[in-house]
Design a protein around this ligand. Sequence first.
Ligand SMILES: [Fe+2]
Length: 165
Amino acid sequence: MTNFEYLAHPPIPNFLFQSIIDKVGPGDMLECFDVPIPVKEFVMPFFPDHYKILVQVIYTDLPIHCDNTRIAAYNFILETGGDNVYTNFFDGPPDHNITERLIIEKNRWHFINTKTQHNITGMEKGKHRISITVYEELKLFKPIVIKENYLSIDGYPIVTYPALD
Ligand SMILES: [Fe+2]
């Protein structure tokens, strides 16, 4: 499976998602929120009915990890968190050699393979990386700690809060 690909899905109009950007405040590493209903109604016709949709906010760089409840994510970045924020993919385990380094454009749907080790680097202090993320939730994967810096993001409390609007 490829690690990354832009998709032809239609972009979410700014007027539907600006309220999300306006309401994100300080937070800790990574948090997820319910999406406003108009965003959900715009996006979900392009995905299977049982897929989940969340707002994902990243506040800091993320350690190398694989997601453990999904094998793929369909993301749309509203705010990048800085001008030089990289999504990096690594080989292994057990190795951690970087194989791909990407600055993903905002306002473009893309696919990422979340079973390949990846991290986020270059986050600017005080900025947020805000994405709409769509995925098929699977309960198949246990958190694996391979090295000290290899953390399952799903080991962190990903909490779904009430919708932002
Ligand atoms: Fe991830």
